[in-house]
Design a protein around this ligand. Structure first.
Ligand code: CMP
Length: 138
């Protein structure tokens, strides 16, 4: 099924100047960019994006990190895009991620793990609409 998913290149990876390298891995994996922009989230915007984690112990720290510097947000499209992107990213914790995945190669910790990708079609719908209007996705 052709799906769309929301990916964020997190502040740690943007700071390392590896945006192109990360996008290239998704493109080589068969995904197509349907929308893309570089933004600097406020703390409140980061909190709204990660609202499902509001009761988790890592919510404060995660939203501080996500607003510490610019990020690149994009909509990727392709066959089974949600699970394909998650494969290319690797496990949330870089130390548990398989070799050759983005998080294994570039992640520093479970929080500073280089990329985010939607985990379900429900979260993809919320996350895409959080950053992009209908007219910006094509
Ligand atoms: P992400 O895919 O952006 O979704 C939520 C983020 O919370 C996750 O990646 C991690 O970077 C971060 N996080 C921090 N601590 C934890 C934890 N203990 N378990 C899961 N996610 C965590």
């Amino acid at each position: 099924m052709i799906e769309r998913t929301l990916v964020i290149i997190k502040p740690d990876a943007v700071k390392k100047n590896i945006v192109g390298e990360i996008i290239s891995r998704f493109e080589k994996g068969g995904l197509r960019i349907a929308a893309l922009k570089r933004i600097h989230l406020t703390k409140e915007q980061a909190k709204g994006f990660y609202i499902v984690h509001k009761d988790k112990p890592f919510y404060e720290s995660l939203t501080n990190f996500m607003s510490e510097g610019p990020v690149v947000v994009m909509v990727l499209e392709g066959k089974n895009a949600i699970s394909e992107v998650r494969k290319i990213m690797g496990a949330t914790n870089p130390s548990e991620a398989e070799k050759g995945t983005i998080r294994r190669d570039f992640g520093e910790s479970i929080e500073r793990n280089a990329v985010h990708g939607s985990d379900s079609s429900e979260s993809a719908a919320y996350e895409i609409a959080y950053f992009f209007s209908f007219l910006e996705i094509f």
